[in-house]
Structures are given as C-alpha cells and as structure tokens.
Design a protein around this ligand. Structure first.
Ligand SMILES: C[S@@+](CC[C@H](N)C(=O)[O-])C[C@H]1O[C@@H](n2cnc3c(N)ncnc32)[C@H](O)[C@@H]1O
Length: 465
C-alpha cells in the first residue's frame, strides 16, 4: 500500500511528526511496553486521535505490516548498523522498523519515508538519534525487498530453515514446527509462511436464530463458500454492521465456525440436550454453539477460567436465548460439574496460537518453544477432564488454533493411550466444504491458511464408550 495521503513535506528541520506515523509509532511502543496485541491497542488509539478512513487504513497497514515483517526487517537493519541490534534503543528500533516497512513494502517514496521517520524520532526520542536513523534508512533504501532478502538471508540450499525464517519473517523454531506439522506436504512450507503474512479479510458469523447470512450480505458483505454462517467484509468497521453491534452476529474466522459446526453436527445416539464449552473465553465458539443448541432444544454451559474473559463470553452469548444454559468461571481441570453430565463437550484449548498468525502477527515473536512445556500438560489435563464430563456415547471435540504437533496429535495420542473407553471418530466428513484437510492422525482435521483460507484450526472428535 502506498501512502494515499501523501502531502508535501515541510522544509523546516523541526517539522512536527505526521499524525498517522506518530500513531503507528505509539501503537508499537504500547504493544512493546504493555505486552499487548496490535488488534487491541490500535482501534482505541485511532478513535482517540480522530484518525479515520484512509488515515486509519494507512496506520493499520503500517503497524501490522511492520510487526509481520519484523524478522526480515531486523535482518536488513542489522546489515546497516555497526552494532548488534539488541544494543539499539527500543524506541529507535521501532522507528527504524516503521521506516523500513515504508521503504521496502509500502511504495512510499524513499525521501518521504526517511524524512518523516527522522521527524518522528526527533520529536519523540531526540535530536541525537535522528541522524543515526537518517543514515540507516538511507542504506536500507539502497535495495528493494527481494534484493535485501538475497543479501541477508542464509543460502536456502545450505540452511533452508534459516532462509525461510528471514525471507518470510518467522522465528526459526516456528518454521521448523510448521514444517513438521505439514508432514508429507512440507513442500508447501513457504506458501504457508507467505499466507501467514497476508492480512485476512474480516469474516462475520451469522448466528442461526439471531441473524442470517442474507442480513449480513445486505449490510455489505459477501457470503463465504467455506461456512454456511460466514460473510466476508471487503472494508469497513464490522462494529458498524447492525447485527454485530447488537451481538446477533460476530467476527469469527471460518475455521472456528467449522469446528463448532462439526462438533454440533456429529452423529450422536441417545439424549442430546446438554452441551459444555470448557474453555469458552472470549466466546466466539460458545456463541455459535449456543445458537445451534437453541435450534434443536439443547443448551450450552459456557465455562472459562479467567473472570474477565467470562465477562466477554457473557457479552458474546447475550443473544443466544434458550440455547444458553449459563456462563461460568471455573478451572476446567477442576470441574465444577458432575461427571458424565454432558452429551457434547468442546475443549478449545489454550495454545501457542501459531495457526492464527494472520490475525495476531506478534504471537510469533511472543511465543517460544518453552511455552509448550507449560501448555501441553494443561491441554492434556483439560482433555481428560472433558472426557470425564461427557456421558458414555457422548462426544468431545478437542480443538486448537495451532497446527504444532505437540499440541494436536501429541495431546490426543497421549490421552487416547490412557483411556480404553475413548475412540477417535472420523471428523473429515464433517468438513465437506473444505477438501484436503486431513490431520496428523487419521480421522482428525487440520485446516491451513494457504490451502483453505482459514486459520490453521485442528479438531479431533473423541467418543466415550
Ligand atoms: C483458545 S482460547 C478459547 C477460545 C474460545 N473457545 C473462542 O472461540 O472464543 C482458550 C481459553 O481457555 C482459557 N483457559 C486457560 N486455562 C484454562 C483452564 N484451566 N480452564 C478453563 N479455561 C482455561 C483461556 O483463558 C482462554 O480464554
């Protein structure tokens, strides 16, 4: 995206920073200082600064593109400075990354990208570093992005993981984990990494009984072929769609919609009236499940460990009506419910989130392989607890928004090995709209951004005998 707001730069050496670039810079600082996410910090900051329309779009692209491509840009900047990157002050590095994104990916003329970044640094950090930033960005502007990748990425023949890590801006361990998850399809790795760097369209969910695809299409969206409930927005603020503002519809990736639909749609003998969502926050799947439950006389209990996220679940499910049994704050590993009490149970487990990098680009820089040491035991405990909660003959859906094998097949295999009373069901036929989604164990499902255009959701369906 070029800068559509291009305006002549003032010649004064004390030019005030451009408001859009200053906003982008402040978002990066807030995300870094508060360990927050851009998609949480950006909208209120845009509102507070009165940035709308093309200005807001420019800031959004500047922030999210910079965060996405940080790995590539750091390699480029590292080649242009004489000290190790960790020794560059964080506020200066933020500005260098923003400037590099404008030069290499946004078609902002180099002189404008360099000049506005220098103004920004002078105003926000001080006069001293502005000269340094000027010198570095002029070096960055000497080559285009592919020229830089050729110069700074390792030789792909000698170090394919290192090459993909720099060229596609993912940490090495994430590249290796995604290659392993692709298995026989590891030839698709670079396509997957490239897809992670493409911002997805906003997808809405029409919750049956509360809103309809036709209503959301009439509000300006396009029906998606991937889910019977999905409508994509080309542009605009989803909060301005009346059904979303009234919480009769929501924002939800098609992959998440299909996971909820698959659990609700799997064949079940006997009673089918009590459903449980063990990890419900912030409530996207719970809201769809409660709507689907309400359509057929079932009711969902939505449970979540953190009280502030339970409040989000209550908001998301506020239009569910009869389909909602209640919303509860509870640790799913220490259940607040009786054993064998439910007919269908969802465990949408806390995970690395490496399947949703299109939407949460900074997750790749926040997570480490060590997180798996904490997450995997928790995921197993939650799955065990869900299996205790379901009645004989009932179904448990175990889902992650990560394709990392330790979190998907690793957890499912370990728990299956402990329980003779549990069998894996074939979930594949429940995803007939998305062919080519076999998971790492036969019967499980793995969706992929590059193949299906969804987040990389994993689902295993387990039946208790
Ligand atoms: C991947 S998110 C669930 C997303 C949710 N299903 C949705 O569609 O909006 C995982 C959730 O599990 C919650 N969680 C973590 N540990 C938990 C535990 N021991 N018991 C219950 N919930 C837990 C987290 O707070 C987080 O809200």
């Amino acid at each position: 995206m070029s800068d559509p707001r291009a305006r002549p730069r003032r010649s004064s050496r004390r030019a005030a920073p451009d408001p859009a670039r200053a906003a982008a810079y402040d978002v990066l600082a807030a995300v870094r200082n508060q360990d927050s996410y851009t998609n949480l910090v950006l909208p209120p900051l845009l509102r507070a600064r009165g940035l709308t329309g093309r200005d807001a779009a420019f800031v959004t692209e500047l922030v999210s593109g910079t965060v996405r491509r940080q790995g590539t840009y750091d390699a480029v900047i590292g080649a242009c400075v004489s000290r190790p990157l960790p020794q560059v002050d964080a506020p200066v590095l933020d500005a260098l990354r923003l400037g590099t994104h404008q030069v290499l990916a946004m078609r902002v003329p180099s002189h404008a990208a360099v000049g506005t970044t220098v103004d920004l640094v002078r105003a926000r950090v001080g006069h001293g570093p502005s000269g340094f930033v000027n010198a570095v960005l002029r070096k960055v502007a000497a080559h285009d992005l592919s020229g830089w990748v050729r110069r700074v990425a390792p030789d792909p023949a000698a170090d394919p993981v290192g090459f993909s890590s720099v060229a596609y801006s993912h940490p090495r361990w994430v590249v290796s984990a995604l290659a392993e998850a692709l298995g026989d399809a590891s030839g698709e790795l670079d396509t997957l990494l490239a897809a992670d760097n493409e911002p997805p369209k906003v997808t809405l969910v029409a919750r049956p009984g509360s809103s309809s695809v036709a209503e959301l299409v009439a509000a300006g969206g396009t029906a998606s072929p991937r889910s019977p409930y999905a409508v994509q927005l080309d542009s605009g603020d989803p909060g301005e769609v009346p059904a979303v503002a009234e919480r009769r519809a929501g924002v939800q990736d098609e992959g998440s919609q299909l996971v909820a639909e698959a659990l609700a749609g799997a064949a079940l003998d006997g009673p089918d009236v009590r459903w449980l969502d063990v990890c419900a926050g912030p409530g996207g799947k719970a809201a769809l499940l409660a709507s689907l439950a309400g359509q057929r006389g079932a009711r969902l209990l939505a449970s979540e460990r953190l009280a502030h996220r339970t409040a989000l679940v209550a908001g998301a499910t506020s239009s569910a009506g009869e389909g909602l049994l209640g919303v509860l704050t509870a640790d799913g590993t220490r259940p607040a419910w009786r054993e064998r009490a439910f007919d269908r149970v969802l465990v949408d487990a806390p995970c690395t989130g490496l399947g949703a990098l299109r939407r949460r680009p900074e997750a790749r820089w926040r997570r480490s392989a060590a997180d798996l040491d904490r997450l995997v035991p928790l995921q197993r405990a939650l799955l065990r607890s869900a299996l205790d909660a379901v009645r004989p003959g009932g179904l448990v859906g175990y889902a992650t928004c990560s394709p990392v094998l330790a979190e998907t097949s690793g957890v499912v295999s370990a728990v299956l090995a402990e329980r003779v009373d549990v069998q894996l069901e074939d979930a594949g036929p429940l995803f007939e709209r998305l062919p080519g989604c076999p998971g790492p164990i036969p019967g499980t499902v793995q969706l992929w951004p590059h193949r299906h255009g969804t987040d990389a959701m994993f689902l295993a369906l387990l039946r208790r005998s």
